[in-house]
Design a binder for this molecule. Structure first.
Ligand code: HMG
Ligand code: MG
Length: 304
């Protein structure tokens, strides 16, 4: 398997990055962040989620965030939907792409979506059928692919079975989520090897949280397997409300730093990414979780 020459980065900061923030981030801050991410050259930016606001209050303004963002550019802004109600809201807002989500462990499925894996796939099937009929594209996520916070190890065959079903329903891309951030590079490679038997490699992506500092290594492992789609979050923000102890997503700046170093094209500008990171970190009142971001900023300060 050869390493890809270009990679699509799916920026999930405005959704995964912010969904777990306790203090409500104002809509105009989210929109300004998205503007800065667009300016940095990101072509896919997850704008939010149409989930129950009782479950995830931070995402309650997704309609406004999406509509104000969609106005500023032609970038693709997928939104998360767990069911037909979410899909209807996404359609009304004018979304062109939605992302559904399922899990590879029963307990996580119950905690995150209040239903079993089988039920969530049934919901997902209805979402796919209706979305595709309405001309929307559907991305599919699978959570806890390398370990579950409640059940521990996850069998890669279960991940492959769920991925195959999502693909057959019409999901054009399936992102494998290490929600807990427990994966290691070799296990990541083994997982993709399983899943690639049932879903073509070009339709698979990786979504790594960085709890154990393994996310960049996992991406490197996945690149070696030919994976060319990676989700990441500006400044390494993020976490799932139903994955206790898990930290943020891999930082977009760290992913870009590695890809630039490997000569892999992304179309993303590091300096502008640092501006976006600075903006949201200033708002949240904390420093970036990105190692590359921190190092580059300190270099910039020394040079000034
Ligand atoms: P439920 O309580 O079983 O749903 O939740 P329900 O159908 O019984 O409805 C209960 C209430 O929710 C009703 O309102 C519905 O109208 C409302 P009420 O009558 O009580 O006022 N409702 C909705 N409202 C807005 N939008 C909707 C919606 N659906 C129902 N779409 C449900 C089931 C799936 C809705 C709930 O469990 C939920 O919203 N879960 C979302 C959890 C979530 O957002 N988790 C984080 C995203 S996934 C993630 O982060 C992982 C990922 O990053 C990859 C990785 O890292 O692994 C993608
Ligand atoms: Mg996530």
């Amino acid at each position: 398997m050869s390493t890809p020459s270009s990679v699509k980065i799916v920026e999930v900061g405005p959704r995964d990055g912010l969904q777990n923030e306790k203090a409500q981030v104002p809509t105009d801050v989210k929109v300004e962040l998205i503007k800065k991410l667009v300016d940095a050259g990101l072509s896919v930016i997850e704008a939010g989620s149409f989930v129950s606001p009782k479950w995830v209050p931070q995402m309650a303004d997704t309609r406004d965030v999406f509509q104000q963002s969609a106005r500023i550019s032609n970038v693709c802004f997928p939104v998360l939907v767990p069911n037909l109600k979410g899909l209807e809201a996404a359609k009304e807002a004018g979304a062109k792409e939605v992302a559904g989500f399922a899990a590879a462990s029963e307990t996580f499925s119950q905690k995150n979506t209040n239903c079993s894996i089988k039920e969530s796939l049934e919901r997902q099937l209805r979402v796919c059928e209706e979305a595709i009929r309405s001309g929307l594209r559907v991305r599919g996520y699978i959570s806890v692919v390398l370990g579950c916070p409640y059940e521990g190890d996850v069998n890669p065959q279960v991940v492959a079975d769920v991925a195959e079903q999502l693909y057959q329903m019409g999901c054009y891309e399936i992102s494998l989520g290490d929600t807990v951030g427990v994966g290691t590079p070799q296990r990541t490679k083994d997982l993709f090897e399983h899943v690639m038997k049932v879903v073509p490699v070009e339709h698979l992506g990786g979504h790594f949280h960085d709890t154990y500092g393994q996310a960049i290594g996992n991406i490197f492992g996945a690149l070696e397997m030919g994976i060319s789609i990676f989700d990441s979050s500006i400044a390494g923000l993020g976490g799932c409300p139903y994955s206790p102890g898990a930290t943020g997503n891999v930082a977009t700046e760290d992913v870009l730093y590695m890809l630039n170093g490997m000569g892999i094209k992304t179309g993303v500008d590091m300096n502008k990414l640092l501006v976006a990171a600075g903006y949201i970190c200033d708002h949240l009142g904390r420093s970036t979780y990105s190692r590359a971001g921190r190092a580059l900023l300190s270099k910039q300060r020394q040079a000034a």
